[in-house]
Design a protein around this ligand. Structure first.
Ligand SMILES: [Zn+2]
Length: 397
């Protein structure tokens, strides 16, 4: 496995590489025009990039008679990187190429959320991929981690994750020590947001809010084109108080949005309301999958109760969305997470409550959308930023 040490030192090399990625494919003449570098300089630089295997020549440009121009494109197979979402008792891996495109996805379950065990599993996965013949010759760029809770992404430390029961876990340095390659750690919803902003439908907007609903409720913000984390950990939309003195939350507080609308709350409310014996009996949904199966059964056996419970849930979510729109005036708001499996029961309600109650015309302008990328985004966003940092980022450009 080749490691990435100073892939490119030269400022202009990075500018040329970045320009080629931006344009998809470009001739040397075009690169010279776009970057302002002389054609001689571009010829030299692209020769070095070709030699390094970072770009390749494609000979299918259009020409009116004569020789077809040579177009340069990124050689996405030059390197690979790994993104991983650390979930409750599972890891979701994505292997990407140099452009951050997923080429392999894999999920493993864990018997405990112990940090050492998690690191061990990630190391194991990286080693396994590195041994696949087509990867062994490519550069390994590092690992991006998406993890729930409050994350200090500068230092790679999980300050607190209630789901994993982690406090001040330096997961970044623990992993870096083992794989001897760069590691970037993000809150998992931040990673989700970055993926949607970089390659999803959020890419055409400057101010975007992301809310995920499932066994927890997460939030992230891209403000003025940048991921906003405050001093680390901003965007805990799930822990805004939505019901005074409401249900006890995993964070210790009461009436948080998460405590009121996440799967636990939905399951409990259906169980309280339903008259069907089969649903009354089965009430211990500890994992996300179990909760989903319970709600699916409820849809089958007592649709009316499901409608009722999700209607209340939609109202609460709508109120939360309204509050967020009033504070941030976003252009785009995306709802994601496993709860979308039951979107038909609550989305319409949530969106109408939000739009009807926002201040002035703030609710009219925002585009409200639902996630179409799925699980991969949680692991992919952070690895996209890792690749950006390690390969493409040009200081002051
Ligand atoms: Zn809370």
């Amino acid at each position: 496995m080749k490691l990435t040490k100073d892939i490119l030192k030269d400022h202009n090399e990075k500018i040329v590489l970045k320009t080629i990625r931006q344009l998809g494919e470009a001739s040397r003449t075009t690169i010279s025009r776009v970057t302002g570098l002389s054609t001689a300089a571009v010829t030299n630089i692209t020769a070095r990039l070709l030699e390094a295997g970072l770009i390749r020549e494609n000979r299918h440009g259009k020409s009116k008679g004569g020789r077809r121009p040579i177009l340069l494109g990124i050689n996405e197979k030059h390197s690979w990187a790994v993104g991983v979402k650390i979930g409750y008792l599972y890891l979701y891996f994505v292997v990407t190429d140099l452009l951050g495109t997923p080429v392999l996805e894999h999920e493993v379950s864990l018997s405990s959320a112990d940090p050492d065990g998690v690191v061990e599993k990630i190391v194991e996965f990286v080693d396994t991929v590195a041994k696949i013949p087509e990867y062994s010759n490519r550069r390994f760029l590092g690992v991006g981690i998406g993890v729930s809770g409050s994350v200090d992404d500068e230092r790679g430390i999980v300050r607190s994750s209630y789901i994993l029961n982690w406090r001040n876990v330096p997961i970044g340095s623990m992993l870096k020590e083992r794989i001897k390659a760069p590691v970037l750690v993000y809150n998992d919803v931040d990673s989700f947001a970055v993926a949607h902003y970089a390659i999803g439908k959020a890419k055409n907007y400057r101010n975007c809010i992301f809310i995920t609903v499932g066994s927890g409720v997460g939030g992230a913000m891209i403000l003025d084109g940048k991921l906003y984390t405050g001093r680390g950990g901003a965007g805990e939309i799930g822990h805004m108080t939505i019901v005074h003195n409401g249900r006890k939350c995993s964070c210790g507080s009461r009436g948080c949005l998460e405590a009121e609308i996440a799967f636990d709350a939905i399951v409990e409310r259906i169980q309280k309301r339903t008259k069907k014996e089969i649903l009354k009996k089965r009430f211990s949904a500890t994992t996300e999958d179990e909760a989903i199966r319970y709600i699916q059964d409820a849809v089958r056996f007592d649709r009316a109760s499901v409608h009722h419970v999700f209607d209340e849930m939609g109202t609460l979510l709508g109120m939360a969305i309204k509050n967020i729109i009033n504070i941030f005036a976003p252009d785009y708001l995306l709802v994601g997470g496993e709860a979308l499996l039951f979107g038909e029961f609550f989305l319409e309600k949530a969106i109408s409550v939000a739009r009807e109650n926002t201040f002035g015309d703030l609710g009219d302008a925002v585009v409200i959308d639902v996630d179409e990328m799925g699980e991969v985004a949680w692991a992919q966003g952070v690895v996209l930023n890792l690749i950006e940092r390690e390969v493409f980022q040009v200081e002051g450009y």
